[in-house]
Design a protein. Structure first.
Length: 346
């Protein structure tokens, strides 16, 4: 199958947080194209050195810095055509205990990236968000929700800017850093019980490649301020645990319920009902255009706004639910799981 041309082909792409799970997957994918240069901005010199040795590509440039530091962001942005903004604090419990750190990275750091990009005339910036930003109950989700507002405010205030700022929002990325799947694997291999927070807790399921495809779709199709969501199936945490166990030849795993952790929800939401009322169904994706109304609310006082349709939120409870066999089939498509099974057989 012939690969469709990407808007980033032959350009210079900056990936913030480029040594993380999402960022490194994006970097590898970009290097398989005709991209001219890929810049990685991150604060972990060890991961950068490992990545430099592993990929060994002359188009790859590493910049040591932090999105919290505007000087390092401006230096990284200068001359870039496109930006994938993936740098973030993503762990719910750690953000709960250190919320000011989440504010500094996820909100203020994102503001630095968006401001530097628009000032430098970057063609397009895609900011990565999460389902936890919808009706947030934890510090991570709250900081990501405000990151979205920062991006949308920039798009609204600079409607004629040559820089397109958009957002992608996605659910759990399977086998990403901090994912529960590697934990289940370790517990099974060491003969321990599988620890489940709540057996009926549901989560969206998406592969790293699918999350990258969502960002690429945003680069190719976004108008300023757009929000994109990829449709995804879901399952309960207990179903996921049983599917991992079954792949590793454990048919009846011992499951121990440990209770919901700090800041966790029983189910996640990818689109609120208010967003869904404005969303455009694009097949595999939802596109939510920017609300471009000004602060002059008196303009709408007499006429009002069109009545929104009565809709449900798009959640991990009302999306398509997968059973153990279906989750197992999904897991088998993951490169990490394929490598694990090959290692087990060997």
């Amino acid at each position: 199958m012939t690969r469709a041309p990407s808007p980033v082909d032959s350009g210079c792409v900056l990936v913030t947080g480029g040594t993380g799970s999402f960022g490194s997957t994006m970097v590898r994918r970009l290097l398989r194209t005709g991209v001219g240069e890929v810049r990685v901005l991150s604060r972990d010199e060890t991961k950068q050195d490992d990545m430099r040795r592993r990929l060994a590509d002359q188009r790859l440039k590493f910049l040591l810095g932090d999105v919290r530091d505007i000087d390092s962001v401006q230096a990284a942005v200068r001359g870039a055509d496109f930006i994938f903004h993936a740098a973030a604090l993503k762990q719910v419990p750690s953000c709960e205990f250190f919320p000011t750190q989440a504010v500094r990275t996820n909100i203020l750091g994102s503001a630095n990236v968006v401001e530097a990009a628009t000032s430098a005339g970057v063609t397009s910036v895609v900011c990565l968000s999460t389902d936890k930003a919808v009706y947030p109950v934890n510090a991570m989700g709250m900081s990501k929700a405000l990151m979205e507002k920062v991006a949308q405010a920039s798009a609204r205030q600079r409607a004629q800017s040559r820089t397109t700022v958009s957002i992608t929002r996605y659910g759990n990325v399977m086998y990403s850093r901090g994912s529960v799947i590697p934990l289940f694997v370790d517990q099974i291999r060491s003969g321990r019980p599988l620890t489940v927070t709540h057996p009926h807790m549901t989560r969206f399921l998406m592969s790293l490649d699918e999350s990258v495809e969502l960002v690429e779709y945003a680069f190719a199709n976004a108008d300023n301020g757009d929000l994109f969501v990829r449709k995804a199936p879901a399952c309960t945490v207990e179903t996921l645990a049983c599917a991992v166990a079954k792949l590793l030849k454990v048919d009846e795993p011992e499951i121990r319920v440990i209770g919901v952790r700090h800041g966790e929800k029983i189910f996640e939401t990818l689109l609120s009902r208010e967003e869904k009322a404005r969303a455009v169904d694009k097949g595999d994706y939802f596109r939510v255009p920017l609300d471009t109304r000004s602060l002059q609310y008196e303009l709408f006082f007499d006429e009002g706004m069109a009545e929104e349709r009565s809709l449900e939120d798009y959640t991990s409870n009302n999306t398509r639910q997968l059973d153990v066999d279906e989750v197992q089939d999904l897991l088998l498509k993951l490169p990490e799981m394929q490598a694990l099974l090959e290692e087990t057989i060997a």
